[in-house]
Design a protein around this ligand. Sequence first.
Ligand SMILES: [Zn+2]
Length: 149
Amino acid sequence: MATDKQQLGAFGEVLVTRRCACPKCKRRKTLRRLPTNFKCADLVCDFCGFLAQVKSKSVTDVSRLPATLLGGAWSVQRERMDAGIYFPLFIVLVASPRRSAVYYLSADLQTRQMFVARRPLAKAARHAGWQGYYVDLTHMADRCIVRLS
Ligand SMILES: [Zn+2]
C-alpha cells in the first residue's frame, strides 16, 4: 500500500506528463514516468531522452511557491553536485485533486546553496543515521522558477 507521500509523488508525476510539453524537444505527450527505483530522475522524454525530477507538495495556495521542498538522500545529491550534475526540476503544488499548479526550474539556474542537508535521523528512528536534504526555494522563487500550468 502506497503512503500518502508516495501517492502525492505519483500524482505529481502523472500531472506533468499530461500537462507539460518536453522542455527540450518541445513535443507533447512524450514525457514518461521512470520506475521508482530509477534513482536520478522521475521522468524521461521518450523522443529526445530529456531527464527531469519532479517534487510535489501539498499546499493551500498553489499560486505561491513554498519556501522549501523535501528532497531525497543527501549523500546522493552531494555526490552529484560534486560532479557538477543537476537535473531540471518540475515542482507540482497540489491543493486538491482539481486545484494544482506546475512550476519549472531549469538545471542551469540551480545552485549548490539551494540543496541543504538535514540532520541525520535519530538512533531510535527506523532508518537511523539516514540523512536527507531539502530544497530551499527562497532565493530562486522570484527570478528563476516559471509557472507552466
Ligand atoms: Zn523531448
